[in-house]
Design a protein around this ligand. Structure first.
Ligand code: SF4
Length: 326
C-alpha cells in the first residue's frame, strides 16, 4: 500500500491534519469489512488488509530519520489492523507497541479508530507510553441516538460508546476525545436529533466534525424513506456546530496553566498531543518535541505557549517549561 493522505468525511480515516515531513501520515491498513448503511467506501476499497509490522516499523524509522517529530498511523478502519505474527496475530495495540519499542520516533498518533476497537490492550499501550502515544482518540460517533445508530448499521449504541469513552478517559486522564457526527440521516426527526445533540454535549468532545448526511448512490440509506429536507439538515448542522464550538472552547480553556508536549511544525507554531495549535518560542527546533506551558487561549482558538517577555523584551528562561528533542 502507498502512503495516502487521510480522507475527509464521515467515513475513514481521521481528520488529524497530517502535515508533510514533520507530522506525516503512514497508512497501515486499507479496506473495511463493515457495512454502514450510508457508506460506499467498503465497496470501493474492498476487504480489510494490513501492512506488515516490520514494514510499518521501517516506514516510521524512515519518517523519523527525515525529520518527523510525530507520525500519524492511518487506515480506512485502523482498529482492524491485523497481521500474522509468530504463529499468532498482531492487532493495533501490538503494532503501536512495536513502533514505540523499535523506533525512536518522538510521538505516535492514531487517526480514527472505531469505538469497539478501543481495547483494554490498546489503552494499556497508550497509557504506558508516557505521552509517546498522543493522548488523543478520534472515535467516530455518527449519532448519539440509539434508533438512528441502529438504522445506520453501526455496531454500538450510545451506552456502548459511553463505556468506551469512560474507559479511555480513565486510562488517559489528559485524553482529547474527538468524533465525527452526522446530521440529517434518513428518518432522523427532531426527537432523534435532540438525543444525538444531548449525547454529544454529555461526551464533552474536544473536537467534533459535523457532517450533513448526503446520499451515496448504491447505499442502503440512499434508497431509504424519510430523507431529511436540505434546509433542515443545514439548520441541524449549524446547531451541532455551535455545540462543537462551545465544547472546543471549554476544552482549550482547560489547557491554560498546563504543560503540554508539542510537536513543533514550523518556527513558532506547534501542535499539542490533543491536536490543538499553539504559538511557541520561535527558537524551538522544527520537528522536535517540547514541553511548553500554556498561558492563554487566543480568540481564534490558538493557544499561547510562548515564554513571557522580560522587561528588556528578551524571552525569560526557567519559566517552568522546557524542551527535549528526541
Ligand atoms: S466502518 Fe462503516 S463508515 Fe467506516 S469505512 Fe467501514 S463501512 Fe464505511
Amino acid at each position: 500500500m502507498g502512503i495516502d493522505p487521510p480522507r475527509r468525511g464521515p467515513c475513514p480515516s481521521g481528520p488529524v491534519g497530517i502535515t508533510g515531513r514533520v507530522r506525516p501520515g503512514i497508512k497501515v491498513q486499507d479496506g473495511c469489512d463493515s457495512r454502514c448503511a450510508y457508506c460506499i467506501v467498503w465497496k470501493a476499497r474492498g476487504p480489510s488488509r494490513s501492512l506488515g509490522l516490520d514494514e510499518v516499523v521501517a516506514r516510521v524509522r524512515d519518517a523519523s530519520a527525515q525529520g518527523a517529530g510525530e507520525v500519524v498511523l492511518t487506515g480506512i478502519n485502523l482498529g482492524r489492523y491485523d497481521v500474522p505474527l509468530g504463529g499468532g496475530r498482531a492487532g493495533l495495540a501490538r503494532l503501536v507497541d512495536a513502533v514505540l519499542e523499535r523506533t525512536d520516533v518522538g510521538r505516535v498518533r492514531l487517526s480514527s479508530v472505531e469505538p469497539l476497537d478501543v481495547t483494554p490492550e490498546l489503552l494499556g499501550v497508550m497509557s504506558a507510553s508516557d505521552g509517546r502515544v498522543a493522548p488523543f482518540l478520534h472515535l467516530p460517533l455518527q449519532s448519539g441516538c440509539d434508533a438512528t445508530l441502529a438504522r445506520m448499521g453501526r455496531p454500538y449504541d450510545s451506552g456502548g460508546y459511553r463505556s468506551v469513552a469512560e474507559a479511555a478517559r480513565e486510562a488517559l486522564p489528559a485524553l482529547a476525545l474527538a468524533c465525527d457526527v452526522m446530521v440529517g440521516f434518513p428518518g432522523e426527526d427532531e426527537g432523534e436529533f435532540s438525543s444525538s445533540h444531548g449525547f454529544c454535549r454529555e461526551m464533552a468532545f474536544a473536537r467534533m466534525h459535523v457532517f450533513r448526511y448526503s446520499p451515496r448512490p448504491g447505499t442502503v440509506a440512499a434508497a431509504a424513506s424519510g430523507q431529511v429536507a436540505p434546509a433542515e439538515k443545514a439548520a441541524r448542522g449549524e446547531r451541532m456546530r455551535s455545540l462543537s464550538r462551545e465544547m472546543r472552547a471549554s476544552y482549550l480553556s482547560g489547557l491554560v496553566g498546563r504543560t503540554e508536549r508539542v510537536c513543533v511544525e514550523s518556527p513558532g507554531r506547534a501542535t499539542t498531543g490533543g491536536l490543538a495549535e499553539a504559538l511557541v518560542d520561535e527558537r524551538l527546533p522544527v520537528g522536535g518535541l517540547s514541553d511548553v506551558l500554556v498561558r492563554a487561549v487566543g480568540r481564534d482558538g490558538l493557544l499561547d505557549a510562548r515564554p513571557p517577555l522580560s522587561a528588556s523584551g528578551d524571552i525569560t528562561a526557567g519559566d517552568g517549561a522546557g524542551h527535549h528533542n528526541r
